[in-house]
Design a protein around this ligand. Sequence first.
Ligand SMILES: [Ca+2]
Length: 205
Amino acid sequence: MKKLYLIGLALITAMLMTLPSIAQANLLSNPGFEDSTGEYAADADYWFRGGSGVNRETWAARTGDAGVAFHGWATDLSGYIYQDVTGTAGTPYTFSIWAMKEATYASDGVVLKLEWLDDLFASTGTADEVNIVSTLTTGWLQYSVSGTAPADTTIVRAVLAGNNFTAGGAAKFDDADVSAVPEPAPLLLLSGGLVGLFSVVRKKK
Ligand SMILES: [Ca+2]
């Protein structure tokens, strides 16, 4: 009996030791938009910025000293930021970011998108995207989009795009994350084993 408990303990220890590898690392560099070492303070290191009205701003921070904002001070603007990370075909990925809006912010779209690219930056399949504009509130909430990298994908592009934001308030973004979604199978297998072990223990009592 004591031996069974020891085996159980060893199994639980083994399970706990696998947890750090299951909690996947954030693949993004400068995910909180803190670093800006280039010519323009509106640019966050590692993030490509295009269009108009999208800037790194100190007043858009959720954590740290900076975030990213969409603001259409005078007219309808559209813009985007993105960052590329190394990807593996067949692997599921999730892109998440914290977002909020000022009460006066309005736009056609705030889109989180995962684009799938090969070595030559050619698309390998349909992007996975979600328009979160209708669910933005005046408080910080975390939003995400997920998808599986199609065949031949070597680059995962995480895009945050704003469409036609008008004169008025801003939408703010911070604390982005791109992670490979873990395979749950080994953990499930292990917990299945534990359930089996404990039912053996119970039967022997
Ligand atoms: Ca930040």
